[in-house]
Design a protein around this ligand. Structure first.
Ligand code: ZN
Length: 215
């Protein structure tokens, strides 16, 4: 991917009607053809013909991200989100980082939609990831004392409509039960654990089954 240079922004902003509207309003053209850049503009700055907008974070910190015209938004997202920079952090974190660098109206939503299509981001997102890690002080000393429960996926939907695999493993014996699931909702997991582990083997000695994620 080519770098997003100043010229690219200048050209893209020049062809964007919204950016031009703001520029004309905030930095009116003088008779000599130059922009009236008074430098006391509270919310916008024009530097080398490129429009920047002030944002203030809840912490009070001010940033001057560049105003990204519609034409460049996808490219900007891919540039910062792509593999090279590896910002597969889920939409919220990506948004918080991008906020300081780039701006456009409704950016939070665009970032969210963009990340929703990225499997890596979906996995990293705390909302979607039921990552519950209960740290253990010790390993199991007898069968069915500690059961490690993990859910992996989503995988491509199976003929029966399953997308996830729930694994339950006895920490002591390493005996494993795997069950394909349609969803990873807590209720489905609880029901499956009850039917496929607790019912045949009894409840594990640790009252809360340890949900760990090993990758
Ligand atoms: Zn991603």
């Amino acid at each position: 991917m080519t770098a997003l240079t100043e010229e690219i922004f200048q050209r893209a902003q020049a062809s964007d009607r919204i950016v031009q509207g703001i520029t004309d309003r905030e930095f009116p053209l003088r008779r000599d053809g130059k922009r009236q850049n008074t430098h006391d503009n509270e919310n916008y700055r024009l530097l080398d013909g490129i429009l920047f907008k002030k944002i203030t974070k809840p912490t009070g910190q001010e940033y001057w991200p560049v105003w990204v015209p519609e034409l460049l938004r996808q490219e900007v997202l891919e540039y910062y989100h792509g593999n090279r920079r590896g910002m597969h952090t889920g939409s919220r974190k990506l948004y918080l980082t991008l906020q300081e660098i780039v701006y456009w109206p409704g950016m939070a939503e665009t970032v969210k939609q963009h990340c929703a299509k990225c499997p890596q981001c979906v996995y990293e997102s705390p909302v979607n990831n039921p990552k519950v890690v209960l740290c253990r002080e010790h390993s199991a000393e007898e069968p069915n004392e500690i059961v490690n429960i993990d859910i992996v996926g989503p995988y491509p939907r199976s003929a029966r409509g399953n997308k996830y695999v729930l694994t339950m493993e006895c920490d002591f014996s390493k005996y494993v039960v795997t069950v394909p699931l349609k969803t990873k909702e807590a209720e489905a997991i609880a029901r499956t654990v009850s039917e496929r582990w607790i019912s045949p083997f009894g409840p594990p000695a640790t009252r809360v089954p340890t949900l760990i994620r090993r990758r």
